[in-house]
Design a protein around this ligand. Structure first.
Ligand code: DX5
Ligand code: ZN
Length: 214
């Protein structure tokens, strides 16, 4: 069963509650946190996640595109995140491991995210404790970019590692997901599809979510 995670990066931030409720038929709500350092863009932080938590019961999948994310795990957990993903490129491996440990202590689900440059095997030190692996199918930083078909090989390789070491772990793809690319990602082994512009750029948001499920 494919899960859909609308990314509020493409929502209207002045009408965020309205736009979150419009996507309530989806499975997860994807929240992109960007610090202007790990990626060039700046988006939202802890107080916004806290406000989102008050207006929805949806599962909050919080994607941390920040340097040294270990500094913020507890704060985002307390703000109400259900899952936190940290980029493996964002800090030294010992501090990535520390970030995952804090997630466990805080009771949030643990995810590792891979930029396109990062090999699938980079998840190996963490795979057995992860709840989700996020494979980027664009360079992180902005919505509305073209899907990188070359990332399908990484998705297939991560799927093989998950099946071998931790079959309960989910595999999420993020970037350029639309009705044409969603089946490619699913065939390569992804079971959670993030979509920003394909959901919030549509006139009928529930129909757009249903179309992505296939
Ligand atoms: C990009 C973000 C994505 C973004 C996807 O760095 O991580 O979650 O919102 O947007 P689309 O679906 O428009 O490519
Ligand atoms: Zn994202």
């Amino acid at each position: 069963m494919i899960k859909i995670a609308p990314s509020i990066l493409s929502a209207d931030f002045a009408n965020l509650e309205r736009d979150i409720k419009a996507a309530s038929s989806a499975d997860y709500l994807h929240v992109d946190v960007m610090d202007g350092a790990f990626v060039p863009n700046i988006t939202i932080g802890v107080p916004v996640v806290s406000s989102i938590r008050k207006c929805t019961d949806m599962f909050l999948d919080v994607h941390l595109m920040v340097e040294k994310p270990v500094r913020y795990i507890e704060a985002f957990a307390k703000a109400g995140a259900d899952l936190l993903s940290v980029h493996l490129e964002a800090d030294h491996p010992t501090r990535i491991a520390e970030a995952l440990r804090i997630m466990g202590d805080c009771g949030v689900k643990k995810a590792a995210a891979l930029r396109p440059i990062t090999k699938a095997e980079a998840v190996l030190p963490y795979i057995e404790e992860l709840d989700l692996v996020l494979v980027m199918t664009v360079e992180p930083g902005f919505g509305g970019q073209a899907f990188m078909e070359s990332q399908l090989e990484t998705v297939r390789r991560v799927r093989a590692l998950i099946d071998k070491y931790n079959p309960a772990c989910e595999l999420e793809v993020d970037g350029g997901i639309a009705p044409q690319t969603a089946p490619l990602a699913a065939e390569a082994g992804a079971n959670v599809l993030v979509a920003g512009s394909a959901v919030y750029g549509a006139a009928d948001i529930p129909a757009a979510i249903a179309a992505l499920r296939g």
